[in-house]
Design a protein. Structure first.
Length: 593
């Protein structure tokens, strides 16, 4: 009986049962799992589906660009109504509050908002505050405060119109006028500027803001104005601003002078050599020092009479001595004049002043010129004084040198080789000879006003240029920088991720759930349904054989056969259907766990 049974496969009860539907098999296999594995499986499936939907939505999401950086200071309802009326999709970024629209609709959205007159509202209040009606009992203080507030708002608006300034606030401290000079106080001002990110104000722009505020408020000096940015940096240091401004002006003047001389060289060489066949640079050494000198020179060889003063006094009186007797009137007689003849001494001394002179013979002395008798002279005083001032020749000169004087000029010119065609039609390069270079040097010297005494230098050198310098090459924009590239990449990445998710995660999980958990169980072909007692079952197990149920029944050796027969049967089974054997081993491992 054993041999007969071994040759015929024994039908199993499970093999004859009807194969369950897909859903029932899924539920049956799911119920055989532990609670922890069931929860993990369901959570993984839900997460996979959610990630798949998120990737699909991300790949299909259009490219949004910011239309407005912020809705602050604007009517949000009016903006949204305008965009909705134009059928423009928009979204608001929750973190920054920026209004985003599609990249294709960006230009049209801006035109619609501009056409609707939507613009950021100005937070500064200007002179329109004076248009409001005031109460009958408004005090003078309130009127002055409103005027000052309006003036501050107008100045803030004006400063905000600068390119680098996003917003500005102005605070004016205008003291009350006083009739007393000692109580007079000057007004002051402070300006807070809010700059755009990454921008700054030049010293000249800060000085322009200071001048703007100073000229807008009466009696406000530049030194009483403080300018601060939103980071707390002081921008209104007058001394530093003046020095930097002066240095900037000097630098600009030097660059303009160099540009002027470079343009002169360009104008003289371009018609001769052609465009791109030479390079010229000019360096100007400019003296910005202010020099004032005064000189005074003398010439001792040419003295000159500058002034002369002479006094000649002669006094003669015929009156007798007069005056109060005393030391002044009783003066000793003056020195007597010696007569020409000795005999006249006695006569002259004996005759009183004003009387005719008598000679020694008692005769009157006659004047040969007039024929009249000569009279005795009266007492006389005579004084002569002369003052002469001489001056040496001298010259005084005052010299003030002008700032920005050109001290030295350096010109460097490099010329490319000559390009010509030979007899074979090939392009050849020939260097310029010395005579041609000397001619170019003279042209450049005359163009820039060469002055050897000033130390100017002009260098003209011939050398071959690199081939790349002949023409400009424009690089094409790479494809990965094109706007359409990233849209395509997003969609491709979304499709790949979905495929990986479906075939790498969902498909194996569903396949493992739909297949039976233990494959096809091993069944014992012993005719249990036909035997009624355990003795017959034990006797039949000795020669019974085991079969694996499936699409094809596979016979296995009975336990009574030898080890070699069982091993050969297992080898044949592995060679015929390795997948089924692997499934059985997997079920054994799961059962052991």
């Amino acid at each position: 009986m054993a041999e007969g049974v071994s040759n015929v496969p024994v039908p199993a009860a499970s093999g004859d049962a009807k194969k369950p539907f897909l859903g029932l098999s899924f539920l049956e296999n799911l119920s055989e799992m532990s609670m922890l594995r069931q929860v993990g499986l369901l959570v993984g499936l839900a997460a996979s589906v959610a990630i798949g939907f998120a990737v699909v939505l991300w790949s299909q999401q259009p490219d949004y660009r910011p239309l407005l950086g912020s809705l602050a200071g604007m009517d949000a309802n009016q903006v949204m109504e305008t965009l909705a009326a134009a059928d423009i999709a928009y979204t608001v970024e929750p973190n920054s509050g920026a209004l985003l629209v599609k990249a294709n609709d960006l230009a049209r959205a801006r035109l619609k908002l501009a056409g609707a007159g939507i613009a950021p509202a100005d937070s500064n209040i200007g002179f329109e505050i004076l248009d409001k009606e005031q109460g009958l009992g408004t005090s003078q203080f309130m009127e002055a405060t409103r005027y000052r507030r309006g003036l501050e708002g107008e100045l803030g608006r004006t400063i905000s119109s600068l390119n680098n300034v996003k917003g500005a606030r102005v605070h004016l401290a205008i003291p009350k006028s006083s009739v007393f000079v000692r109580d007079e106080r000057k007004p002051s001002a402070s300006v807070l500027v809010e700059l755009y990110p990454g921008r700054s104000l030049e010293p000249s722009q800060v000085m322009a803001i200071i001048n703007l505020v100073a000229t807008s408020v009466p009696e406000l000096g530049k030194s009483q104005i403080t300018v601060v940015d939103q980071k707390g940096n002081l921008l209104s240091d007058q001394q530093e601003l003046s020095e930097l401004t002066m240095a900037g002006k000097q630098f600009d003047y030097s660059r303009r002078m160099e540009s002027l001389y470079t343009q002169r060289v360009h104008n003289i060489l371009q018609p001769v050599l052609g465009s791109g066949r030479y390079k010229a640079e000019v360096s100007a050494d400019v003296d910005f020092s202010a020099v004032e000198s005064t000189s005074e020179t003398f010439n001792p060889d040419q003295p000159a009479l500058r002034s002369e003063q002479s006094v000649n006094e002669q006094r003669q009186s015929s009156l007798p001595p007069q005056g109060v007797p005393g030391a002044l009137s009783n003066q000793p007689p003056g020195p007597a004049a010696a007569p020409e003849q000795a005999n006249q001494v006695a006569a002259a001394s004996a005759v009183a002043p004003g009387q005719p002179l008598i000679d020694a013979n008692g005769q009157q002395v006659m004047d040969p010129a007039t024929g009249q008798p000569m009279l005795a002279p009266y007492p006389a005083d005579k004084r002569e004084q002369a003052t002469r001032n001489y001056e040496l020749d001298r010259s005084i000169s005052y010299t003030r040198q002008q700032q920005g004087r050109l001290r030295r000029l350096s010109v460097a010119v490099v010329v490319d080789d000559q390009v010509s065609l030979n007899a074979a039609g090939e392009v050849v390069r020939v260097p310029w000879n010395a005579d041609e270079l000397a001619r170019f040097t003279r042209l450049v010297q005359d163009a820039v006003g060469f002055d050897a005494s000033r130390g100017d230098s002009v260098s003209v050198i011939n050398t071959a240029f690199v081939a790349d310098s002949f023409g400009e090459t424009f690089e094409e924009i790479p494809f990965y920088s094109q706007p359409w590239f990233w849209d395509v990449v997003k969609q491709v990445l979304g499709v790949l991720f979905i495929l990986v998710l479906v075939f790498g995660v969902l498909r194996p999980v569903l396949k493992s759930l739909t297949n039976p958990s233990s494959g096809k169980d091993l069944q014992v072909a012993d005719g249990v349904g036909e035997l009624g007692d355990e003795d017959g079952l034990d006797a039949g197990l000795v020669n019974d054989r085991v079969s694996l149920s499936g699409p094809q029944n596979i016979l296995l050796p009975s336990p009574s056969e030898g080890y070699e027969a069982q091993l050969n049967a297992i080898k044949n089974l592995v060679a015929d259907d390795p997948g089924r054997v692997a499934q059985v081993v997997k079920e054994w491992i799961n059962a052991d766990e």
